[in-house]
Design a protein around this ligand. Structure first.
Ligand code: BV8
Length: 248
């Protein structure tokens, strides 16, 4: 964090509108594998981008349903990390504080962040693949290992996430663009910045004159474009930053 100049620190401290844009690296220290990490166990032989598509679901609904069931179970067994908690604390001190996340694990909300825009949905929400409405627990029984069927129209149920080739949810996307355009400061945390159009959010803030700070143990395509790039992890840098910015 010492790569942040005093000037940037004071701009962070004085920001009245702040956006934190997060990717899978935000949840890595909670024990949720990132997309770049090799998948573990049974799923090691699959590429996420081969499973997170409407074509994969049409071809093998049971496989895709079970992959998301495995991920739901994995996320249910982990806790938000110190990075998620630091953002929940920070939001109490900033007038307009928005988390824009690509993650579908719901860990920001579990940590207490209450303005979270989920650009790629949430794997805990289950919807009808035909009508799109949410189907709450208890879900109907799973027929022969495949996804349960919609109680209204009998179409297969699916997770309420955005697959490759699908449009982002309009309200979340519009809200994210608006927040980024108005942000005085944007933090980009734990994202490789490879998936579009989400990856455009930090650049939009930059184009509108925001201070953009990246937090990532590795360089990314964004690193040379941002105001400052901090080589570190979410659970280490964010708590230290919130502590540093705490009102004296
Ligand atoms: C769409 C939900 C059109 C599902 C996900 C323009 C240019 C190029 C390509 C495209 C383009 N426009 C569209 C495309 C195609 C495609 C795309 O971007 N492809 C890529 C692969 C090239 N985009 C789409 O298909 C999008 N849809 O554009 O539709 C349209 C319009 C109208 C009407 C119809 C259609 C939809 C994309 C959404 C896909 N769904 N997730 C699920 O989760 O199962 S994407 C998923 O992968 C994540 O949500 C996330 O977005 C992405 C993974 O990226 P990251 O989060 O960055 O994670 P990653 O593992 O890559 O990196 C982790 C980072 O963390 C690393 O940098 C690492 O160093 C760092 N790290 C590790 N540990 C830590 C850490 N950082 C901090 N602390 C640590 N401890």
């Amino acid at each position: 964090m010492d790569s942040l100049s005093e000037g940037i620190i004071s701009q962070l401290a004085g920001a009245r509108s702040l956006v934190v844009f997060t990717g899978a690296g935000m949840s890595a220290e909670s024990g949720v594998p990132t997309f770049r990490d090799a998948q573990t166990g049974l799923w090691a032989r699959y590429e996420p981008s081969d499973l997170a598509t409407p074509e994969a679901f049409a071809r093998d609904p049971a496989l895709v349903w079970q992959w998301y069931a495995w991920r739901r179970e994995l996320v249910a067994g982990v806790e938000p990390n110190a990075g998620h908690q630091a953002l929940a604390t920070w939001q109490t001190r900033v007038k307009a504080f928005t988390v824009v996340t690509q993650n579908v694990d719901g860990l920001h909300q579990r940590a207490g962040s209450d303005r979270v825009l989920e650009l790629h949905g949430n794997l805990h929400r289950i919807i009808c693949s035909s009508e799109g409405m949410e189907v709450r627990d208890p879900l109907p029984p799973v027929a022969e290992g495949g996804p349960p069927r919609c109680p209204q129209c009998a179409a297969p149920l699916r997770p309420d996430v955005v697959w490759f080739g699908e449009a982002l949810p309009e309200r979340a996307w519009e809200g994210a663009m608006q927040a980024a355009a108005r942000a005085e400061v944007l933090l980009s945390v734990g994202t490789s910045g490879l998936v579009h159009p989400a990856a455009g959010i930090p650049l939009l803030a930059l184009q509108h004159g925001a201070v953009v700070v990246e937090i990532n143990p590795e360089p990314t395509p964004l690193s040379h474009q941002v105001t400052a790039s901090v080589r570190g992890t979410a659970a280490q840098v964010l708590p230290a930053l919130v502590e540093r910015l705490a009102p004296r």
